[in-house]
Ligand binder design. Structure first.
Ligand SMILES: C[S@@+](CC[C@H](N)C(=O)[O-])C[C@H]1O[C@@H](n2cnc3c(N)ncnc32)[C@H](O)[C@@H]1O
Length: 180
């Protein structure tokens, strides 16, 4: 029942459904899975792609064409976003849907949609520092990256580290999937 999916401490805090993905973390996903052509849930200020949907557009009622990044609002109704991401990923007009989500493995949607239909679930090591304008907030919850890809068969589980600097100024990222 979707009513049970009253979620995340994040979504319950005022304004937190607007928390923006830190640019380095988005860049990492963009490099691994992009280039993304659509940010499905954003504002003009937080949009990670030129083409984006805002609450005024209502992404839940729009087509998600191309290679899609989605960090949805984390409140009630997040299951609708996850089912939408999966559904759109099955269409020919869609290449891939990558969602940044709270790692709530107790949710019905995790068991009914993500485990059966996702191509990959990457649990994020550490806490992401989401951003509100003028503020920086470490998440009070763990995160995961969920990839929906109609060409995949079965779900792979791994982890992803947040980008860190190496001694020579490069960026280091680890994913459990690559290491296997
Ligand atoms: C967690 S924020 C992510 C922002 C940005 N995409 C990022 O990752 O930095 C979720 C965004 O979705 C927007 N939003 C809420 N309802 C929406 C809807 N029905 N359609 C599209 N965007 C929506 C919110 O205004 C908010 O900016």
């Amino acid at each position: 029942m979707k009513g049970q999916e009253v979620l995340m401490s994040s979504g319950d805090q005022q304004g937190s459904s607007d928390w923006a993905t830190p640019k380095p973390f988005f860049d990492l996903l963009n490099q691994a899975f992009g280039p993304f052509t659509l940010d499905a849930a954003a504002t003009a200020k937080t949009a990670k792609c030129d083409h984006y949907y805002s609450s005024r557009d209502n992404a839940l009622e729009k087509p998600w064409k191309g290679t899609v990044f989605c960090n949805p609002p984390y409140g009630r109704g997040i299951a609708d976003w996850i089912w939408k991401g999966y559904g759109e990923s099955m269409l020919f007009s869609n290449d891939l849907v990558v969602m940044l989500l709270p790692a709530r493995t107790d949710l019905k949607v995790f068991h009914d949609c993500i485990i059966p239909y996702a191509a990959a679930v990457l649990f994020v090591r550490g806490r992401i520092q989401f951003k509100l304008p003028g503020k920086k907030n470490s998440a009070t919850f763990p995160s995961m990256v969920v990839v929906f890809d109609k060409h995949s068969a079965g779900c792979q589980f791994g982890y992803i580290t947040q980008p860190t600097r190496t001694e020579n100024g490069g960026v280091r990222v680890l994913t459990g999937l690559e290491e296997r």
